[in-house]
Ligand binder design. Sequence first.
Ligand SMILES: Cc1cc2nc3c(=O)[nH]c(=O)nc-3n(C[C@H](O)[C@H](O)[C@H](O)COP(=O)(O)O)c2cc1C
Length: 185
Amino acid sequence: MRKDFGKKTIITPLPVVIIGTYDENGVPNAMNAAWAGQVDSDQIIVSLSKHKTTDNLELKKEFTVSFATKDTVTASDYFGIESGRNVNKIEKAGFHAVKSAYVDAPIFTEYPLTLECRVVELQPDTEGYLLIGETVNMSADESVLTDGKIDLGKVEPVMFDSAMNKYRVVGEVVADAFKEGMKLK
Ligand SMILES: Cc1cc2nc3c(=O)[nH]c(=O)nc-3n(C[C@H](O)[C@H](O)[C@H](O)COP(=O)(O)O)c2cc1C
């Protein structure tokens, strides 16, 4: 038996991306966004309501995208339930921001994997904006590399479980992509 849920949509896994921006005074801000994905090899797309972050994006047209991890889950959730309009979230979380060498946006050293991006489009829609960004650089802490490659087993990114409002760790390797299906070809 299958149960119908109607129009309810669950895409899985949804990432938990942390969008880093500076405001007009150079104050760093971070927000949590789960309605995000990748288009082409170097573009990301995020569905956004109006936030301090979208004000900053309109101003600077540059941002970073980091990935919430098992070790950073408390701060990462906090970045999604408090606004930079009210408080300096970075200071409150005890996080550290350094300016990206490629874009006018902060890299938070607590996150091991970060994309440095330019705004391609910030399209207003009925509920907010659709952000399309182009990655100009990706950087990763050496601690999450294996043989020079990014090892997601070491990053331990979390996904957003929108069915139960939980964060789950992404991790276990179960097969080789582009090879496993050869067993049936
Ligand atoms: C798990 C989670 C996912 C979220 N995903 C999004 C999202 O995809 N788009 C969005 O506009 N807000 C999203 N939010 C809400 C924002 O992160 C939140 O409104 C935040 O306070 C905005 O911060 P800012 O005002 O400092 O920019 C999410 C929050 C959580 C906790």
